[in-house]
Design a protein around this ligand. Structure first.
Ligand SMILES: C[S@@+](CC[C@H](N)C(=O)[O-])C[C@H]1O[C@@H](n2cnc3c(N)ncnc32)[C@H](O)[C@@H]1O
Length: 270
């Protein structure tokens, strides 16, 4: 597929970017995160806040979860950078804007944004149009997790497998098949000791979570379906994936039983 044909942003990435911007516009200070760069990238129509999925009251819980996970990851990356970690891998980076908002930290790292080719081409173009550019330390890794070897592409982009990274995967696993998730976690488990994985996932017991393969039934406060729907493919059970990988253990510490925010540190097997 020619890259140019599909050079459009991913709708789920747009939604969370707009939720992050909405946080700064409708929620009281102090804000968990200040991120309106994603809004600038998307450049929606002036009435974007009237989208059904931007209802400020109904989407309050989603918005809180989105900014909390982004802030959690950013604090983690800052902490790890201070400890000398030099690589940051964003799996399914979407419209993440850490590199643009926190260049004082990001420029000390090699930042690898991994996502589909089309949305990445679009994001690259928008970053250049807005004057952010794409600095040498920011590497785009265009892959489809279902079809390509993201590991090979990551290495080709300059990732050093001999050194530990921080790996973030937020809002991605539920869109992937079991095979892609299993392969991804297995590959991450082979990363260098000292690597850190932070990921979010939906577990089957989460209230309101649609069954895999079924369209979302989320509606706004007036009962309307969001204009842009989505379908989850896989919900993860942390207990099944802890231990993924043959050589090293993944110790998983979900912060909540249903939402599934997990942070895993790779350690050598005893
Ligand atoms: C909900 S967005 C999350 C973006 C970002 N991690 C965040 O939290 O703002 C999901 C992202 O996963 C990416 N994604 C979904 N399926 C993918 C696949 N098969 N290969 C590569 N990326 C994929 C989408 O393009 C999108 O950018």
């Amino acid at each position: 597929m020619p890259e140019e044909e599909a050079a459009t942003p991913d709708s789920t990435a747009v939604r969370v970017a707009l939720w992050r911007a909405l946080h700064t516009q409708v929620d009281p200070v102090p804000h968990v995160l200040e991120d309106e760069v994603g809004l600038r990238l998307v450049a929606p129509d002036d009435d974007w806040r009237r989208r059904p999925d931007m209802d400020p009251v109904f989407t309050g819980g989603f918005r809180a979860a989105i900014v909390a996970r982004a802030r959690f990851i950013e604090d983690l990356v800052a902490e790890q950078a201070d400890r000398g970690v030099g690589q940051y891998v964003l799996l399914g980076a979407g419209l993440d804007t850490f590199a643009e908002r926190r260049p004082e930290i990001a420029s000390r790292l090699r930042v690898f944004e991994v996502d589909r080719p089309g949305p990445q081409a679009w994001k690259r173009r928008r970053l250049i149009e807005l004057g952010f550019g794409v600095p040498e330390w920011l590497r785009f890794v265009p892959v489809d997790f279902e079809a390509d070897s993201w590991w090979e592409e990551l290495t080709a982009a300059g990732f050093d497998p001999g050194r530990p990274p921080v790996v973030a995967s937020t809002g991605v696993s539920m869109y992937l098949t079991k095979e892609a998730n299993t392969a991804m976690l297995g590959q991450i488990a082979s990363f260098a000791p000292g690597s850190t994985l932070a990921m979010t996932f939906l577990v089957p017991s989460a209230a309101g979570v649609p069954r895999p393969g079924r369209p979302s039934r989320i509606r706004d406060c007036r009962g309307r379906r969001p204009s842009v729907g989505y379908t989850f493919h896989q919900l993860l059970r942390p207990e099944r994936h802890a231990g993924t990988g043959s050589r090293r253990r993944l110790s998983n510490r979900p912060a909540r039983a249903d939402v599934g925010y997990g942070r895993a540190v790779l350690r050598q097997s005893r």
